[in-house]
Design a protein around this ligand. Structure first.
Ligand code: AMP
Length: 394
């Protein structure tokens, strides 16, 4: 796969698929600029080479043209972050867009209107893709978050270009995921959490080949506890997977991978910040109570393993971290990952909620890499081919 580092954009117009799907408040202010900042190095490299950049993105899930999803709302913030005036055109394809691109000078940036104003985008429509391809001499994809979708702008459009390149975000995402997938420095510890076992089955299966330790916390851990004969009260459980998780435990044992479970659980009698609480040993949750976090002994045990690891991958919170009462486990595990990183370990935080958790808790700068792609990272780690990546290699 060629990246933009292998290319000189002098005199070229680069059609760049960025991920500007940012959250907006009621007054259309951007409330999280992470994705805009992430796209900056790729755009600046194009401009510094003497090229110009035509940016295309989706925003939200509009049904046809809906002004509240117009990308014009983010023009000011994007200009400030890039340090370059971003020109905006209220067209995505067609004569008007083509004229705006033709008028673009080296060093200039043009943002097109929301791709998803056209149903053709998510359908991966060939004619729409061909129209998009008229808006640049070279194609760059830097939207890792949508690389697992075969949409017009992320995948289909690539076939119309001789030069199709990965941007720096996509390159960094793959390089960092490969640091774990292609055999990280040992010991390798995976921390898995979140609500459901079913969401994580494929990735856990994959991790069995590369990890020394797999820590299982969060809501998903209670299915294992119940399968082992424990009492879990009203905690989350996927009863259809009780047999499967025991098979998974046996598979891990056969491969010499340590599956590590909480030793205790922090219980609440309600999904709220002023619930009554108690701490009990794993598998001893009384009726009327739910496990909403890992307990102190688990924190101690998990932290010790994490701090002694040289590679750490984390996906999914240890408890209901959105409620402060149940956030302790996730915060303490974040601290352990931070300590491991400071001690020289490589740490990768991936998958939507985990990235949000680590950023909201203020640990985003204390780990090696926080992935920008939720579903895309998971699919990549599961070993699936991402259409957006494959299109750059074709
Ligand atoms: P995921 O998207 O699979 O990473 O799951 C994240 C969600 O799992 C968060 O919204 C957490 O609140 C939720 N979660 C984590 N642990 C628990 C638990 N013990 N009980 C209920 N929900 C949980």
């Amino acid at each position: 796969m060629k990246t933009i580092k292998d290319f000189n954009f002098k005199g070229k117009k680069a059609l760049v698929r960025v991920d500007f799907n940012v959250p907006l408040d009621a007054d259309f202010n951007v409330t999280d600029t992470t994705r805009l900042k992430a796209a900056k190095p790729t755009i600046i490299k194009i401009l510094e080479d003497g090229g110009s950049a035509v940016l295309m993105s989706h925003l939200g899930r509009p049904k046809g043209v809906e002004d509240k999803f117009s990308l014009r709302h983010i023009v000011k913030t994007t200009s400030e972050i890039l340090g370059v005036e971003v020109k905006f055109i209220a067209a995505t394809v067609g004569a008007e867009a083509e004229a705006a691109v033709a008028a673009l000078e080296p060093g200039e940036v043009l943002l097109l209107e929301n791709l998803r104003f056209f149903a053709e985008e998510t359908k991966g429509d060939l004619a729409f893709s061909e129209q998009l391809s008229k808006l640049g001499d070279v194609y760059v994809n830097d939207a890792f978050g949508t690389a697992h979708r075969a949409h017009a702008s992320t995948t289909i459009v690539a076939q119309f270009f001789e030069d199709k390149l990965a941007g720096l975000v996509i390159e960094a995402e793959l390089v960092n995921a490969d640091k774990v997938l292609k055999g990280g420095v040992k010991p390798v510890t995976a921390i898995m959490g979140g609500a459901k076992v079913s969401d994580k089955i494929l990735i856990i299966e994959k991790l069995l080949d590369v990890a020394d330790n797999i820590i299982i916390g969060g809501g998903m851990s209670y299915t294992f506890a119940k399968a082992e004969g424990g009492s879990i009260g009203g905690s989350l459980c996927q009863d259809d997977l009780l047999e499967y998780v025991l098979e998974l435990e046996a598979k891990a044992k056969a491969k010499g991978v340590n599956l590590i479970f909480p030793v205790d659980n922090f219980l609440g009698d309600a999904f709220s910040n002023d619930a009554n609480t108690q701490i009990v040993l794993r598998g001893q949750i009384p009726d009327g109570w739910e496990g909403f976090d890992i307990g102190p002994k688990s924190i101690e045990k998990f932290s010790e393993i994490i701090k002694n690891s040289k590679t750490v991958i984390w996906n999914g919170p240890m408890g209901v971290f959105e409620i402060p009462l149940y956030a302790t486990g996730t915060i303490e595990i974040a601290k352990a990952v931070k300590d491991a990183t400071e001690g020289g370990a490589f740490s990768l935080i991936g998958g939507g909620d985990s990235a949000a958790a680590i950023n909201n808790l203020g640990f985003g700068d204390d780990v090696s890499y926080v992935s920008t792609g939720g579903g895309a990272l998971l699919e990549y780690m599961e070993g699936k081919t991402l259409p957006g990546i494959a299109a750059l290699q074709a």
